[in-house]
Design a binder for this molecule. Structure first.
Ligand SMILES: [Zn+2]
Length: 335
């Protein structure tokens, strides 16, 4: 297979998506959009498919795909490399590709995918060689099972946080455990890492993984006063999850993220009880009783939840532009 991303691009948006965009988002999304959480991939290395799309996704394909969420916007992006434990070579390939694609545009930044057993000196050399800007970790590489109940150090060990501190890098962390940031072990670890390694910048993905916003209301007050702590909104469709960040920690901590490929699947995340669930297009809930719902792209539902959060928190246009560009540009030195 060629090392250059290739694709057979066809748009995946349907008329229900275009109507939703015009009705809900056309006048909300600012002219410049920095996407602080998104992925590039080789089709043969990943377990997912975007319905109606085939091919690898490099920077050009990325731009064409996200243009379906925010057409005509000037884009910047932080690409998070991707890996699954069963395909060790895939990680190296995707890290290489992330470096190569990031180099194509001065408004692109990229994160290197780490495994918890990586040697910090090797990571340092690789990140420099690939001209990347930080680290991406994931719970599926944790040694403890089930991995979604892992403690943060089991997939983001302290010596790699220390490396990010030495180098001034960002780290994107999708924390796990059933109660996310409301879990004491999680918020204590985040606080300790941020205080002990102030030159490392930590981004909590999916609005602190607050797919159940009650967890954010409970946990975020424990994370006040950390200058190097940030959040990306990606894939979370609950407005209160974003609002909790804006109200408790400030709008200048929050950055928009599409989470492509998730943005291009259909449905939404939904909070329930003390947890959450995902409704996908194939989940049999869209045709009950008298209604027939056409589920729209998750990325569009997500954008509406960000809009509702901004409206409810009475943000000004310039504060909304901060969430969609300035906060990330400042954090990542994009001019
Ligand atoms: Zn992601």
């Amino acid at each position: 297979m060629s090392s250059t991303p290739s694709s057979s691009f066809r748009g995946v948006a349907r008329s229900c998506d275009r109507d939703f965009y015009e009705r809900e988002l056309a006048t909300f999304i600012p002219p410049r959009v920095f996407d602080a959480h998104c992925h590039l991939w080789f089709e043969d290395e990943v377990p997912f498919r975007i319905p109606g799309y085939s091919g690898d996704v490099g920077a050009n394909e990325y731009l064409r795909l996200v243009d379906e969420l925010h057409p005509g916007r000037e884009m910047g992006a932080l690409f998070l490399s991707y890996a699954i434990p069963t395909k060790p070579a895939g990680r190296d390939r995707t890290n290489e590709m992330t470096g190569r694609e990031t180099a194509k545009n001065p408004r692109f930044r990229g994160e290197f995918f780490i495994r918890p057993d990586d040697d910090p000196e090797w990571v340092r050399q690789e990140v420099h060689r690939l001209k990347l800007h930080g680290l991406k970790c994931y719970h599926t590489f944790s040694a403890s099972k089930p991995t979604w109940e892992s403690s943060i150090p089991e997939f983001l060990p302290e010596r790699l946080v220390q490396l990010a501190h030495q180098e001034g890098w960002v780290i994107t962390l999708h924390m796990v455990k059933s109660r996310a940031v409301a879990d004491r072990e999680n918020y204590e670890c985040i606080r300790r890492y941020c205080e002990q390694y102030p030159n490392m910048k930590l981004i909590l993905a999916h609005s602190a993984r607050g797919f159940q916003p009650a967890h954010n209301l409970e946990g975020l007050p424990h994370l006040k006063g950390l200058d190097n702590l940030y959040f990306d909104t990606s894939a979370n469709c609950e407005p209160i999850a974003h609002q909790a960040i804006i109200r408790i920690l400030g709008h200048d901590k929050l950055m928009y993220g599409s989470d492509l490929p998730i943005s291009h699947m259909r449905g939404r995340s939904l909070s329930a009880a003390d947890s959450f669930l995902w409704l996908y297009e194939e989940t049999p809930v869209w045709g009950e009783k008298h209604s027939k719902i056409d589920p729209v792209l998750i990325g569009l539902e997500h954008l509406r939840s960000v809009k509702w959060a901004c409206w409810s928190e009475r943000l000004t246009d310039s504060q909304i532009e901060d969430i969609f560009w300035n906060n990330a540009a400042k954090l990542l030195n994009v001019h």
